[in-house]
Write a protein that binds this ligand. Structure first.
Ligand SMILES: [Zn+2]
Length: 262
């Protein structure tokens, strides 16, 4: 039997066998959000999926369909919801979609799930979705369901950051559609990056407060928060290797019963 990685490429019978055998579920969460003129709007969803797929090449794990809509883009980390194409969910919608699918994984027998978030703004609402699901599962007597939740960029090694940003790291929040995401896309999906459209505005500088309605003028017109110049597929591979080994290592540590991929 071919040991497939993606849930939506599996038949229900092979999915059932894998779950009964103790396979782990990897659930990527992303967004549909502008990423400057040079990257696709599905960048966060694609990168979270790529991290999950790399992990599933090492462990007995199934990559669930990515959640491609995320919480509303914020000016200071994603450019803001005012950009055409940035298509977002309300907080409770996102939390409830996650609650529902997590309960479904558990209902079919999965007992371990790793939620891999690729869109900063989703963070607290993925926590809410996990919490709501765990509470309901406990009411139903399912006490042995466990979830690991993470933002993949937290697995970036200090040495990698020093190699990629010899002049100093601007910070993960300003890295929207900049060197890290563009390099990762050059590594995982090079045909989707338009290097001829790389903007040269930014870096953005924001005051230490928010104003509503959003001051769209605070955000560089391109939607990029820091310049992406200096990006490369080689840098993307360094980052991707950190995420594959870091996330896999964390899973082996916390869920020692998960098998290696056969
Ligand atoms: Zn992004």
């Amino acid at each position: 039997m071919i040991n497939r990685i993606f849930m939506n490429e599996m038949s229900w019978t092979s999915y059932q066998k894998r779950i009964e055998g103790g396979a782990l579920i990897l659930l990527p969460t992303g967004a549909t959000e502008q990423h400057g003129p040079h990257l696709p709007m599905g960048t966060d969803a694609m990168l979270a999926t790529a991290v999950a797929a790399d992990v599933a090449k090492k462990l007995d794990a199934i990559v669930a369909p990515v959640l491609s809509f995320g919480y509303k883009s914020q000016p200071k980390m994603g450019g803001g919801n005012h950009f055409c194409g940035t298509t977002s969910l309300d907080a409770d919608t996102l939390a409830h979609v996650l609650r529902d699918v997590i309960k479904e994984f558990a209902r079919h027998g999965a007992r371990k799930l790793v939620l891999i978030n690729g869109h900063y703004e989703n963070m607290m609402f993925t926590i809410e979705g996990v919490d709501l699901a765990m509470r309901e599962l406990a009411y139903r007597g399912i006490q042995d369901f466990q979830v690991m939740r993470l933002e993949y960029w937290d697995f970036t090694k200090r040495e990698t950051l020093e190699k990629i940003f010899p002049g100093g790291f601007p910070g993960f929040d300003l890295e929207h559609a900049a060197v890290m995401e563009t390099s990762l896309m050059l590594h995982h999906h090079p045909h989707l990056v338009d290097m001829s459209a790389l903007p040269d505005d930014g870096p953005a500088s924001f005051p230490p407060y928010d104003i509503y309605p959003t001051r769209t003028g605070w955000v560089p017109c391109s939607g990029v928060l820091s310049p992406a110049q200096g990006c490369s597929a080689e840098k993307g591979k360094l980052l991707a290797d950190d995420y594959a080994t870091g996330v896999t290592g964390a899973i082996r540590k916390e869920f020692p019963n998960v098998k290696e991929r056969s």
